[in-house]
Design a protein around this ligand. Structure first.
Ligand code: S3P
Length: 450
């Protein structure tokens, strides 16, 4: 779906206590990888709980364009993959829409193939830096035949006859860059090594091992991870149950913490420790979040979360925690707007290159709605107003600019549920990229959003 059509604004209003039980859609990171690895592996992969958001569907279409068979049978996605090393040259450009993860991981996956592949995306994706992925690919012998200035999309890659295995130290905390190099290593003779000084989400490592890749991880005495992958091995189709996305769970979770009297349960949420920074931070702020029925499902920890309205207090969130909650800062900033005292968030440089410049988008949205905050180069300080008195815009006030960013839209709609005056966002359309059920799910819990 194109999002350059007429924007669809949405408004959230102060709501009665939220209550009930909800299930958020499948984890976006795992869903992208399920389509990719299933499309690549030999034999059949069956997936339940897949996030059917636009971003993930783009990855599915790309895998189909390169030879994978992907079909939905009832609740299950059934894939017949090409076999490792056997993807086909797509007939046209691969259009990734808004999806950074889909496009960057796929550049790694197919960049080393002896064929030409073109990547395009929407205005947001076309403004995001791709050099972080192209740089290691160039070292492996991949030619960047065409790219917009600053290594941006549209990008055309042409792989070498035989890619060269490299040792690559990831220069920023990025699971996408780590994953792109590991996936490039799948089609490269010998051992490709990724050195990861700061641990980021480890779904690629865990899932590739599950599909049969010869991948090992060693962590040295300084906590630096060395990931080794042997190329050109066989991958075999798997059965995958995708757990609920903790990043999506963050929206109803913060909503319940800030709307007085709320008591909700969110079921089946992924609890992988590389993804739980928001939970930890909200608990430190005094959030009543009970972790119920912790269990392991398909190699991942999951649990149900009972969340009750809480009087939150400001905290300092250390920079080291950023990788485990990188997508959650917008909604954390909203929680901080209702906390007593100041919340200081540090180590936010990567927020500047997300679907939007999220640091600026959050600070501007907060200010527009009466929140006292300071935007630093890589930090954000928010001084909260418990009870939300005076927060929000006038009914005819200016809307929050979402800049084609789903998480900015959802975060500010959550804000409007507890602020004194309504909060309006300029466009809800992008929410469909990661959480198509957002409006319905929130409304069922009692949220007033339209
Ligand atoms: C993701 C990695 C993160 C995250 C994104 C999903 C992934 O991006 O923000 O939403 O699935 O690997 P970076 O690698 O750019 O931090």
């Amino acid at each position: 779906m194109a999002h350059d059509a007429t924007p669809q604004p949405a408004t959230a209003r102060r709501s009665p206590p939220l209550s009930g039980t909800a299930r958020v859609p499948g984890d976006k990171s795992i869903s992208h990888r399920s389509f990719m690895f299933g499309g690549l592996a030999s034999g059949e992969t069956r997936i339940t709980g897949l996030l059917e958001g636009e971003d993930v569907m783009r990855t599915g279409q790309a895998m189909k364009a390169m030879g994978a068979h992907i079909e939905k049978h009832g609740d299950e996605w059934v894939i017949r993959g090409t076999g490792n090393g056997a993807l086909l040259q797509p007939e046209g450009p691969l259009d990734f829409g808004n999806a950074g993860t889909g496009s960057r991981l796929t550049m790694g996956l197919v960049g080393t193939y002896d064929m030409e592949t073109t990547f395009i995306g929407d205005a947001s994706l076309s403004s995001r830096p791709m050099g972080r992925v192209l740089e290691p690919l160039r070292q492996m012998g991949v030619q960047v035949v065409e790219a917009a200035p600053g290594d941006r999309m549209p990008i055309t890659l042409r792989g070498p006859k035989h890619a060269a295995p490299i040792t690559y130290r990831v220069p920023m905390a990025s699971a996408q860059v780590k994953s792109a190099v590991l996936l490039a290593g799948l089609n490269t003779p010998g051992i490709t090594t990724v050195i990861e000084p700061v641990m980021t989400r480890d779904h690629t490592e865990k899932m590739l091992k599950g599909f049969g890749a010869n991948l090992t991880v060693e962590t040295d005495e300084r906590g630096v991870r060395h990931i080794f992958i042997e190329g050109q091995g066989k991958l075999t189709g798997q059965v995958i149950a995708v757990p609920g996305d903790p990043s999506s769970a963050g929206f109803p979770l913060v909503a319940a913490l800030i709307v007085p009297g709320s008591d909700i349960t969110i079921e089946n949420v992924l609890m992988n420790p590389t993804r739980t920074g928001l939970l930890l931070t909200l608990q430190e702020m005094g959030g009543q979040i009970d972790i119920l029925n912790p269990r392991n499902a398909g190699g991942e920890d999951v649990a149900d979360l009972r969340v009750r309205y809480s009087e939150l207090k400001g905290v300092t969130v250390p920079a080291e925690r950023a990788p485990s909650m990188i997508d959650e800062y917008p909604v954390l900033a909203v929680a901080a707007a209702f906390a007593e005292g100041e919340t200081v968030m540090q180590g936010l440089e990567e927020l500047r290159v997300k679907e939007s410049d999220r640091l600026a988008a959050v600070a501007n949205g907060l200010k527009l709605n009466g929140v006292d905050c300071t935007e630093g180069e890589a930090s954000l300080s928010v001084r909260g107003v418990p009870g939300g008195k005076g927060l929000g815009g006038e009914p005819k006030g200016e809307a929050v600019k979402t800049h084609l960013d789903h998480r900015i839209a959802m975060s500010f709609l959550v804000m409007g549920l507890a602020s004194e005056k309504p909060v309006t966002v300029d466009d809800r359309a992008m929410i469909a990229t990661s959480f198509p059920e957002f409006m319905g799910l929130m409304t069922r819990l009692g949220a007033r959003i339209d």
